[in-house]
Design a protein around this ligand. Structure first.
Ligand code: ADP
Ligand code: ZN
Ligand code: ZN
Length: 754
């Protein structure tokens, strides 16, 4: 038997594949027993891990006596296809991450753990195809007959659905004994829409802008093309998506469509809109599912039982063999970027995937990110704009309310309170947005100026009242509220500022007859609880809603006619270069909650900086105008999207270690570039573009959870030149003698520099 090794992607941080020998089993001795994409169990150090086979080779760098055989082969057929493997390789290269960890992330947890695909199956009863119809009369008892009628209407029934309908195992076994039905296990089919033909919603007649966008996007079906659908909230973007999907399915009836939405946007309302339009099975993938449900949805997609998959970030990895269209709604949303481990952008990866599959991808937003807008303005993406609200709804009237030197009632200005009163009296709902949970952001001594700070972070403790405690939102450290100032023993220690709890308390006192609902991570802990709360809000009349950005994103509140933004100022002077962009997106998103149906809405923004030029530009001329101004600033400063960026973040428990690591990294990069420049000159090649290195800087909050954090910023116009240094940089970092004292990671195309 000729020698060969199996190349395995093992889920460890090292960025390489590992070679193993075949199993000591005569039945599994040939390379074809190890196709790419199957799982194997391997020993790694003293652990037993599940890896994925990438291929086989007759060559290896490892001395033969060091090679170990795989311990077990878990699949006979590829679990993930060649396309997924290629895409995984792309991710590993682009984000400079270990291929083993990337592929592990791309498959459902249960498969990672080594479970069999059949774990997704459920117990099902199927009608014997040979059983004659019209058997009911021969059956004893009404229940037996009722049960059999079910099988006459549909040949297979999950056991669980029959038991919830009150049938017993014994009744089923009686039919089984008569060979009318048999028990098996199979992958449950995704539920079909339960809407009847009459309930089904037919497409709305589009307005001119919608029609132009739809037609323009539809002609690209069957090819790779990126579209930006920039449409103000309520302009009917979703209607355009739905009609585009319809066309995609007309072209290709077995086609599959991937719809990606922000974590917070995946509400029953959204899903309903799809289910009411299409007869085909719609599957969902979001964080509220358990591992088995995820595996089921994953398999249903892979086995082409699903026509439309709606999911959050990681759904972008789901195998869809007949993918024909990708839609990514709210493309600017930060939740599309993973903030730990493999720091990938689902938006950017969706484009790579679309190109690979040769299908169009639609990025939709009322407030597109500057990157995407730039790509649209320079012609790389096709750009479609919807500037009017659809169906005659009017845009909200936005105004800044100057609170400088104005008396406030617990953070709320008099005219704002009067407006709230007025809207409530008309039976309407009011949404108060304050992006800070808790009672107050600060506890301070009125006599000596002491402030309650976190022991482990450079941050202040937030006061919470229900239940009363001090809480650090950065490291989760909690403690009781002291009765006296620890510095001067004064009892005059007080909360300063406002959070959602305090605003709620104030409004409950001021409007005792109106229900006040608070929506933040403390009141709404699960997705189910949130969905339930939304139901309640929709069903009720006059009401005040107070919430953080949980409330601001994606939901329709038809009865809200007034939106009050309390703390817009926080974002105006952010230390991060995307601060203003994100603030504007958030303000407009909250504002978009107002007056979505026939009633016009008002938006009041309380601010101390009523003459802030960019804030005024936003209010007077809209997001697009502000975005153009911000793009100009970025161009002047040569920041993304006018350059590419990578952050090297490092943290250590010892004060100077992280900074030292980054200083050394900086010199390493300088030397490396110098070396390459000289070589290129010698060989008369075009040199790589020089990088712009900034830092190391301490992070804005230098100490968090007891660790000192620093960052080094790498910029370059040329993406290739920037990425060329990253592999050597990672090698350098992994080999540094002090590497154990420092935790570091690369963030390619970071969302922020905080
Ligand atoms: P967006 O996704 O841009 O926020 P939606 O698609 O949710 O907007 O549309 C907002 C509202 O306008 C919805 O109630 C929708 O049914 C309605 N709508 C959309 N397009 C039209 C149209 N062409 N004619 C009438 N109503 C429409
Ligand atoms: Zn004091
Ligand atoms: Zn802390």
């Amino acid at each position: 038997m000729s020698f060969f090794v199996i190349q395995v992607a093992v889920p460890v941080p090292l960025r390489r594949q590992f070679d193993y020998l075949p199993l000591n089993d005569d039945g599994l001795k040939r390379p074809e027993h190890y196709p790419a994409g199957i799982r194997v169990r391997v020993t790694f150090g003293n652990q037993l891990l599940t890896g994925l086979v990438l291929g086989t080779s007759t060559e290896t760098d490892v001395p033969r006596d060091k090679l170990k055989p795989v311990e077990a082969v878990l699949d006979s057929h590829a679990l993930i296809d060649a396309q997924t493997l290629t895409l995984g390789q792309w991710l590993a290269n682009y984000y400079h991450h270990s291929i083993g960890e990337v592929l592990e992330l791309m498959i459902p947890t249960m498969l990672r753990q080594g479970c069999d695909l059949s774990e997704a199956n459920e117990r099902v009863w199927v009608r014997n195809p040979k059983a004659p119809t019209g058997q009911a009369d021969t059956l004893r008892g009404k229940r037996q007959q009722a049960l059999w009628y079910l099988f006459e209407s549909q040949p297979d029934w999950p056991h669980s659905r029959l038991t919830t309908q009150g049938f017993s195992l014994k009744q089923l076994q009686q039919l089984e004994q008569r060979q009318l039905i048999a028990e098996t296990s199979q992958l449950p089919r995704p539920p079909l829409s339960t809407h009847s033909a009459e309930q089904r919603q037919s497409p709305l007649p589009l307005n001119t802008q919608q029609q132009t966008a739809l037609d323009g996007m539809a002609v690209t079906l069957g090819d790779f093309q990126t579209h930006l659908l920039e449409g103000v909230t309520g302009s009917g973007k979703t209607e355009v998506y739905l009609q585009l999907i319809e066309q995609a399915l007309e072209r290709r009836p077995d086609g599959q469509i991937l719809v990606l939405v922000p974590e917070i946007g995946l509400t029953p309302q959204t899903v309903q809109r799809f289910r009411r339009r299409f007869e085909m099975p719609v599957a969902l993938l979001h964080s509220g599912l358990n591992d088995r449900e995820r595996l089921q949805a994953w398999r249903q997609c892979r086995e082409q039982q699903v026509g439309i998959l709606i999911g959050t970030r990681s759904a972008v990895f789901t195998p869809l063999p007949n993918l024909c269209l990708i839609i990514l709604d709210e493309e600017h949303d930060a939740s599309f970027k993973q903030q730990d481990g493999l720091r990938y952008s689902a938006r950017d990866f969706a484009l790579v995937r679309a190109r690979h599959a040769q299908v169009p991808v639609v990025l939709g937003s009322a407030t597109p990110s500057l990157e995407t807008l730039h790509n649209a303005l320079t012609g790389r993406y096709q750009h479609w704009q919807l500037t009017q609200r659809a169906g005659g709804a009017r845009p909200p009237g936005m105004k800044l309310h100057n609170i400088l030197h104005q008396p406030l009632t617990n953070g709320l200005a008099q005219p704002v309170l009067a407006a709230i009163q007025q809207h409530l009296q008309q039976g309407q709902q009011v949404l108060v947005f304050i992006n800070r949970r808790g009672y107050a952001p600060l506890m301070a001594c009125q006599d000596c100026g002491w402030m309650a700070e976190c022991r482990r972070c450079d941050a202040r403790m937030t006061i919470h009242q229900s239940p009363p405690h001090l809480h650090c939102h950065h490291c989760d450290f909690q403690q009781g509220i002291p009765g006296f100032c620890p510095e001067c023993h004064s009892s005059r220690i007080q909360p300063v500022g406002h959070g959602t709890e305090r605003v709620q308390q104030t409004l409950m006192e001021l409007f005792p007859d109106v229900p006040v609902t608070r929506v933040d991570r403390d009141t709404v802990r699960t997705k189910q609880a949130f969905d339930q709360l939304l139901e309640e809000i929709h069903g009720s009349d006059a009401r005040i809603l107070i919430g953080t950005q949980m409330l601001a994103k994606g939901h329709h509140f038809p009865k809200v006619t007034l939106v009050v933004v309390l703390d817009a100022d926080v974002g105006l002077f952010s230390a991060d270069f995307r601060g203003m962009e994100h603030t504007a997106q958030l303000i407009l998103q909250v504002a978009g909650r107002a007056g979505r149906e026939q009633k016009p809405g008002d938006v009041w923004i309380q601010t101390l900086y009523a003459d802030h030029p960019q804030l005024n530009l936003l209010i007077d001329n809209g997001y697009h105008a502000l975005a153009l101004a911000l793009l100009q600033e970025r161009q002047q400063q040569q920041l993304p999207p006018y350059s590419h960026m990578v952050l090297l973040r490092a943290e250590s428990t010892e004060r100077h270690q992280a900074e030292k690591c980054l200083r050394e990294s900086r010199s390493f990069l300088q030397q490396l570039q110098e070396h390459w420049r000289r070589n290129a000159k010698k060989q008369r090649q075009k040199p790589l573009e020089p990088l712009n290195l900034m830092g190391p800087f301490p992070a804005i909050m230098e100490r968090r959870a007891g660790r000192f954090r620093h960052q080094l910023q790498l910029y370059c116009h040329d993406r290739r030149s920037l990425h060329a240094v990253l592999d050597p940089l990672v090698d350098f970092l992994q080999q540094r003698p002090d590497s154990r004292k420092v935790r570091w990671h690369l963030d390619v195309d970071p969302m922020d520099t905080l």
